[in-house]
Design a protein around this ligand. Structure first.
Ligand code: PMP
Length: 327
């Protein structure tokens, strides 16, 4: 199915509908086709041990959606409307939630400029939609470290750009970089900052953490060029609650490389909705390849992963009230 809600200036959001999923009529002069005014979110619904259905921190997705909207000169969607649209799609598509306790129903809320005109200005009409798609476990047969390629050719976002927004254009611009990573035999691309080409920003679809030898965590700061990941935020809160020091600060590729050689950097992991947390194995770059420790699944990484997954799946206490029951 799909949920749709329309927007027009002066009218606000109107006409919420749940209908069979199918083609949406689109005029060739629809603004989004020309100027890419489009934003989206991604989150999962899954069954809990009591047979119910839950989502993880959907309010955080709603807030990020509205931050993306503000950056793309689009109207904010009431958080209530966002949450209700997710409830509606889950209710009607519940049969698509996989039986597998590690599987889930991936939810994709998005909005685009639907107004028909060819001038360059923010549109006055938008369409918000939600579609859903079942996904199996990200890792079948155990967690496997990802290999990453440090792209020398591409940047993801410059200061003042759209790096902190979840807009389609960011991902269009990343496709060549991802292809480059694949050519080098890597699973994911890692971007360096656009100004000095020195500091780690993030992966194509995940944020990065390093675990240091004193047990503390470091992760690149939210300076507007990386996506403020909800998993990233959750990792920080869980680690701090467990008494771990977490520093949000610039991390250069050289600090990573030399720290891996000296043992100062003990583990590296990436995090995002899809994989939750995955160890980073080999780091390939023009300056040479390296691994952190043996490139395997680090102890701290796997402990944080278990803690987070157990909270999400309702197998552990939820100290922050993150799990949002739907059914
Ligand atoms: N960075 C990018 C570029 C992403 O696409 C994602 C996935 N949404 C993330 C980080 C991780 O964000 P989250 O934890 O909210 O999924």
């Amino acid at each position: 199915h799909m949920v749709t809600v329309r927007y027009a200036d002066g009218k606000g959001w109107y006409e919420p509908r749940v209908e069979a999923r199918g083609p949406i009529p689109m005029d060739p002069a629809s603004a989004v086709l020309h100027y890419a005014q489009e934003i989206f979110e991604g989150l999962k619904a899954y069954t809990t041990p009591d047979g119910g259905v839950a989502m993880f921190r959907p309010d955080a997705n709603a807030n990020r959606f509205n931050q993306s909207a503000a950056r793309m000169a689009m109207p904010a969607l009431p958080v209530e409307t966002f949450l209700q649209s997710l409830h509606e799609i889950i209710k009607i598509d519940r049969q698509w939630i996989p039986e597998d306790p590690e599987g889930s129903l991936y939810l994709r809320p998005f909005a685009y400029a639907s107004e028909v005109f060819l001038g360059v200005r923010p549109a006055n009409e938008y369409l918000y939609l939600v579609i859903a798609s079942p996904v199996g476990p990200y890792f079948s047969g155990g967690v496997k470290p990802v290999s990453i390629w440090v792209t020398p050719d591409f940047t993801r976002a410059a200061p003042g750009g759209t790096g902190a927004a979840k807009c389609g254009g960011n991902y269009a611009a990343g496709l060549s970089a991802q292809a480059e990573a694949s050519e080098h035999g890597c699973d994911q691309v890692v971007y360096l900052d656009a100004v000095e080409r020195k500091y780690i920003d993030e992966l194509g679809g995940m944020n990065v953490f390093l675990v240091l030898d004193d047990g503390s965590l470091i992760t690149p700061p939210l300076t507007g060029t990386i996506l403020p990941g909800i998993t990233r935020d959750s990792v920080i809160k869980l680690a701090e609650r467990a008494g771990r020091k977490v520093e949000e600060r610039p991390i250069s590729l050289e600090e990573w490389r030399s720290g891996a050689a000296s043992g100062r950097v003990r583990e590296a992991f990436a995090c995002g909705t899809a994989a939750v947390i995955t160890p980073i194995g080999t780091i390939k770059s023009e300056g040479g390849d390296f691994t952190v420790a043996d490139g395997g699944s680090g102890e701290v990484t796997m402990a944080i992963r278990k803690e987070l997954v157990d909270i999400q799946r309702g197998r552990a206490e939820d100290p922050f009230g993150w799990v949002h029951k739907v059914l």
